[in-house]
Ligand binder design. Structure first.
Ligand code: HMS
Length: 235
């Protein structure tokens, strides 16, 4: 077991607990089935992150079986949970953390409407104020990428770097979201599926009405800086 300084040990423990808890939110909001999807959280103050073990039932996830990884995606030997394999998307999460230092959390889901947009390789247009609020514009599509190397992570970073959206729909695969922390990334995943469903249904019924860019900007700035309580986390 590595001998981390107390400050880092405490941060690891808090991140383990938060990431384990947040996986239940994916189930609560119907964003995953069986063992699909995954949540990770960067450990504040360390080049480390925590992610779920691969293929383990959400019912069995706990802080102690989360896996502590370095930013190359390697499990830290001798740490709780390291006897199992980390998520099959660990390389993608690690790539995001290495290349987007402002990101504190990454989420992947197979949420139904988000994956339906992925199957069409279509960007979700910004036609409802909820999208302007949360994503500041359309939700972009990332390239088709096969799991197993940095391809998915590179596609996420190349699509989202410099983009307001905290979500990307990876073609033929599904949503990945980022956030200032794991909870922020989970919120983005929840809101992505909500707007994916609404816009899909709206488009089935008739033509969509775009929101003018200046109104999108105004909505985004209000929501990001004024919505909720003054003590709320702000990006
Ligand atoms: O979508 C993929 C891989 O990209 C799934 O295997 C993923 O949702 C769940 O995999 P893990 O259980 O995290 O290994």
């Amino acid at each position: 077991m590595p001998d981390f300084p107390p400050r880092i040990s405490d941060a690891i423990a808090e991140t383990r607990a938060e990431v384990a808890r947040l996986h239940a939110e994916l189930v609560r909001y119907n964003l995953v089935v069986w063992t699909g999807g995954n949540v990770s959280g960067r450990v504040p103050g360390a080049d480390l992150f925590v992610i779920k073990p691969s293929g383990v039932s959400y019912d069995d996830l706990s802080p102690s079986n989360m896996i502590l990884c370095d930013l190359d995606g390697a499990a830290i030997p001798g740490t709780p949970g390291s006897e199992r394999s980390p998520s099959s998307d660990t390389a993608a999460h690690a790539y995001v953390y290495r290349n987007m230092p402002e990101v504190g959390g990454v989420v992947h889901t197979h949420s139904t409407y988000g994956v339906a947009w992925a199957a069409r390789g279509e960007e979700i247009p910004c036609v409802i104020t909820a999208m302007a609020d949360e994503f500041g514009g359309p939700i972009p599509v990332g390239p088709f990428a096969i799991i197993g190397d940095d391809s998915i992570g590179r596609g996420i970073v190349e699509t989202l770097r410099g983009h307001r959206s905290r979500g990307v729909i990876m073609q033929n695969h599904g949503p990945f979201t980022i956030g200032t922390n794991a909870k922020d990334a989970v919120k983005a995943a929840v809101m992505l599926e909500d707007v994916a469903r609404t816009v899909h249904i709206a488009r089935e019924a008739g033509p969509l009405i775009p929101i003018p860019q200046d109104k999108i900007d105004a909505l985004y700035n209000r929501y990001q800086n004024l919505y909720g309580q003054s003590t709320d986390d702000r990006r």
